[in-house]
Design a protein around this ligand. Sequence first.
Ligand code: ADP
Ligand code: MG
Length: 333
Amino acid sequence: MKLSEIGEFGFIERFAHRFEDLITPPAMGIGDDCAIFPANELYDYVFTTDMLVEDIHFIRSKISPFNLGHKALTVNISDIAAMGAKPVGSFLSIAIPANVEVEYLDELMEGYHQLSQRFHIPLMGGDTTRSPEKLIINISVIGRIGKNQSRLRSMACAGDIIAVTGFLGDSATGLKVLLENHKTSWLTDYFVQCHNRPNAAVEEGIWLGEQNGVHAMMDISDGIASDLKHILKASGKAAIIETDKLPISGQLIEYAEAKRLNIIQLATSGGEDYQLLVTIKDSEFDSIANAFKKRFNKPLYPIGQIEEGKPQISYFNNGEPTSEPGSGFNHFV
Ligand code: ADP
Ligand code: MG
């Protein structure tokens, strides 16, 4: 059987349940953005690991080594932010082919260090090895959070407002610009920057995790069409998404018009925006969104609502039902 027949998640489902009885709750293993290890009466530790493989996750000629180091760490601390936790340490394992020079690696570590310094995340270990042809970077990050305060994918409740922390679709447009070699302009520079130099919502995640009305939380790595389904499956709930409410940057609106791009598809299925996807108790949404605006000087964008029902998403456009725009990025199709 080919992996493409069952996909990444089909593969994980084949073995994940066999390890469940080796975990003692409240520790938690496979299935969320991070695993959880109870530390003491005050704290839990959360742990995540993510791998970037050359020509699968990045093309070496299309991203600077500085940005690659920065992005590799960003995608990991984004999973820590998705729990509401504070990143406290990282590990870096790297497999290096012969055609990668030391100067390249110095730049890569410069990007890694700059982000580590910004959030005070020490690099605490790792592994270095040769690789036959491709550059492979695997990072693990540990985070810390108040006991039982982690926001899980399983915590969505019927009636919750679904919200995101920022624009969707810009990173996917950047990838399109790079892969299709679009003519460069200030607009394409913006999208490529969003793709190659994303920011993890670290402070937003910690802040949201401190609000009682915030229920489920995860980061958007594959696009909401796919990522929201993880929340729905884990919570046993359905959702509606109002596509006219998706936050789209002015840049994307302008570029999509010129290039005839499908904005909704890019915003729902593109991925790699690394915004946070949260579900918030209906009655508390306005006060949390107002406080978020004051704290971060940007809106928390409501895009839909959690409902009772099978774990599927119904899409609406200006109140009218509309078809599913796409189903998110999948590595094995
Ligand atoms: P994320 O995009 O948030 O990093 P993924 O979608 O990559 O999460 O993974 C989903 C879940 O499956 C996570 O809990 C992750 O730790 C787990 N997982 C993925 N691959 C493996 C693997 N090879 N072995 C064990 N767990 C895995
Ligand atoms: Mg994640």
